[in-house]
Design a binder for this molecule. Structure first.
Ligand SMILES: Nc1ncnc2c1ncn2[C@@H]1O[C@H](COP(=O)(O)OP(=O)(O)O)[C@@H](O)[C@H]1O
Ligand SMILES: [Mg+2]
Length: 303
């Protein structure tokens, strides 16, 4: 399911314009990440896809169909949504939380539970947790339940709004890797919001860097953005956290490009080799030649 934003604008009733004029095509069956600082309009953009927020003008289309013409409740039930604080219902067990939408849409309860059990496996949760309440789970486990619930209606589209923003870095790392694995298996159209550029580069096939008002600073693959940041804003944004990383080199695909990867596996830069000659193309931040580019087996970084 491809999603298209066409000149979308959102002004809230109090006069705040969260999104000025946003156009973007989100390809089917891949992950697009919106990344920007808080208040850029990320959540507003995401919610205009499932009509939790309606655009003031412009259109959002799913496979060419204007969402404005689709009944909002029906639309929301066929699009998965995962939030930062999991948004689980505290008085329902894990399994009933996951089964909520299928039950609402008429799946018999026993069948919905059985499918939900299989989803717990999918997201790496032990079935023994099924009868617990959300308050009896760790933050990371709650987020996994949130992902399972988002997948419960077997939606083609999964919206994720800073889903891993509130968990500690180690758990976050695990959840990111699980999502990559899951996405390889499921091939959903995932739209993911984060403030963290590392997370964006790790998870995104397409990365959209946003400024205030939903203004697009740059769109591209992680490698494209890393190789050619469009302006100083983007260079600063992607360079901000890179100062003290130890970088390693990995072959990128079957081309000549070499991808620089830090000790925790995050892409951090690209070296192009036109005609076989290595040429650092990193811009912004420090001089690439002064970077610590170490052997791939060196895992003793300080990331
Ligand atoms: N319901 C609302 N009413 C008025 N202003 C809002 C509302 N929701 C969000 N905004 C404003 O719109 C802007 C973008 O918000 P949001 O989409 O939540 O950004 P982000 O998710 O990137 O932090 C902010 O200035 C925010 O204060
Ligand atoms: Mg937000």
């Amino acid at each position: 399911m491809a999603i298209e934003f066409r000149n979308v604008r959102k002004t809230y009733p109090d006069g705040t314009t969260a999104v000025e004029d946003f156009s973007l095509t989100i390809p089917s069956r891949s992950t697009t990440v919106f990344v920007g600082s808080s208040g850029c309009g990320n959540t507003t953009l995401l919610r205009m896809i499932n009509r939790m927020v309606d655009a003031t003008s412009g259109q959002v289309l799913i496979d060419g169909e204007d969402v404005g013409a689709i009944e909002p409740v029906a639309l929301r039930r066929r699009i998965g949504y995962v939030m930062q604080n999991s948004g689980l219902l505290p008085h329902r067990t894990v399994i009933d939380n996951v089964a909520t939408v299928p039950v609402l849409t008429g799946t018999p309860k026993a069948k919905a539970r059985e499918q939900s059990m299989a989803l717990l496996d999918r997201v790496g949760l032990d079935r023994s947790l099924a009868k617990r309440y959300p308050g009896q789970l760790s933050g990371g486990q709650q987020q996994r339940v949130g992902v399972a619930r988002g997948l419960a209606a077997d939606p083609n589209i999964l919206l994720m709004d800073e889903p891993f923003g509130a968990v500690d870095p180690i758990v976050r790392d695990e959840l990111q890797r699980e999502l990559l694995r899951l996405q390889r298996e499921l091939g959903k159209t995932v739209v993911f919001v984060t403030h963290d550029i590392d997370e964006a580069f790790l998870l995104g096939t397409q990365v959209v860097i946003l400024k205030r008002g939903g203004v697009v600073a740059q769109i591209g693959t992680p490698a494209e953005i890393l190789a050619r940041p469009k302006d100083d804003f983007v260079a600063d944004f992607i360079g901000a956290k890179r100062g003290k990383r130890r970088l390693t080199v990995e072959q990128q695909g079957d081309g000549d490009d070499l991808l620089l990867v830090d000790s925790s596996g995050y892409p951090a830069g690209l070296i192009s080799a036109p005609g076989g000659r290595l040429e650092p193309v990193l811009s912004g931040g420090s001089d690439p030649k002064s970077r610590s580019v170490s052997n791939k087996t060196d895992q003793a970084g300080d990331a």
